[in-house]
Design a protein around this ligand. Structure first.
Ligand SMILES: [Zn+2]
Length: 349
């Protein structure tokens, strides 16, 4: 006799089949993910019961206050103390969700992976379409001269990391509260969503700006939500699955990854193949250099130097709900630092 659990399992399997079907019918999928994508790699989120906001900061300030622009400027020492203990997880590894998304990308279907996470795990898994709305702890720069530093440099230096060229203070290239998201990232995300014929939202309770508003740019109702808890979009979504994002994506996304892109153009296919040898290799290397290389070396170092702290998660940052990112003119006035940031960012791009 069928038990309620059987029926539940059946319903779950049925939903995964529906997702599989939707993916199969789509050729322009966009994924929008939040902290829940990284929790399965051992990185705590911010808002859940065990989230960072609910943890003891070890300081007299609340975590949510510490990761703000003004706090960083006024108490860099305490900021870095908290940041290194609670937001850096250099040992974290991509999980099933990250890997499944990379398969989908290689199958030619996934066009953009929009993330609120700052842990580099999508790229580490092999993603080349990631848009980091909140930046990355793997990129750091001197607030005075703009020189760039990897995570390793930051981790290796006790307390506040200073530039070895000019002595200026180094900051992580992440978006703190009171700071704006980079326009090009927001624009890129919106453009991708507008073109998508299927939007999969996962691991986010959709309470954080601006992700919470992105779905409105979709021109149809093909939205799938995968999250352990419910979101305000659940009822409007075509399909809602309250389950582990890693399990769901891993089951719904085919395991096979074609050697060549399923693109019909011969040139594209050819390029992909021959590239493997020369160009691609270089591209690969470049990519590694810029992103995951940091992971490897810094991860090692970080492990060594901060084993005793908490060690396993790469950081997440989450500026948001309360900060209206795009409107920051007002804030600019009172924070000269912001300008600097914007300036140096621009120049490096
Ligand atoms: Zn400098």
């Amino acid at each position: 006799m069928e038990t309620r659990l059987d029926r539940y399992e059946g319903a779950k399997e049925n939903k995964i089949n529906q997702l599989r079907q939707l993916i199969e019918e789509s050729d322009n999928v966009v994924f929008l993910g939040g902290a829940g994508v990284s929790t399965e790699s051992g990185i705590p989120d911010f808002r859940s019961g065990e989230g960072i906001y609910n943890q003891e900061s070890g300081l007299k300030y609340r975590p949510v206050d510490i990761i703000s622009h003004s706090f960083f400027m006024e108490h860099p020492d305490e900021f870095y103390d908290f940041y290194k203990r609670k937001l850096l997880y250099p040992d974290a590894k991509p999980n099933k969700a990250h890997k499944a998304l990379v398969r989908l990308e290689k199958q030619g279907k996934l066009k953009a992976t929009i993330t609120q996470n700052i842990d580099n795990l999508h790229q580490e898994a092999g993603s080349t379409t990631t848009i980091e709305l909140h930046g990355s702890v793997f990129r750091n720069y001197c607030m005075e001269c703009g020189k760039k530093f990897d995570l390793e440099y930051v981790v290796e230096h006790e307390g506040i990391p200073y530039c070895d060229k000019c002595g200026g203070m180094i900051r992580p290239d992440i978006v703190l509260y009171e700071e704006n998201l980079e326009h090009q990232n927001v624009d890129g995300a919106i453009k991708a969503i507008k073109k998508a014929d299927l939007l999969i939202i996962g691991g986010t309770s959709l309470t954080v700006y601006p992700a919470a508003t992105f779905a409105q740019f979709l021109k149809h109702d093909k939205v799938v939500i995968i999250n352990k808890s419910s979101t305000y979009l659940d009822l409007q979504a075509l399909l809602t699955i309250h389950d582990s994002i890693g399990d769901v994506l891993d089951s719904a996304i085919p395991k096979t990854v074609p050697d060549k892109k399923p693109a019909t153009k011969k040139t594209a296919a050819k390029k992909t193949t021959s590239k493997k040898t020369s160009t691609a290799k270089k591209a690969d290397t470049d990519k590694k250099t810029s992103a995951s290389k940091k992971t490897t070396s810094s991860a090692k170092k970080a492990t060594a130097s901060k084993k005793e702290t908490s060690a396993k998660q790469p950081a997440a940052k989450k500026p948001a709900a309360k900060k209206p990112a795009v409107s920051k003119k007002a804030t600019d006035a009172k924070k000269p630092a912001d300008k600097k940031k914007t300036g140096s960012k621009k120049s490096k791009e």
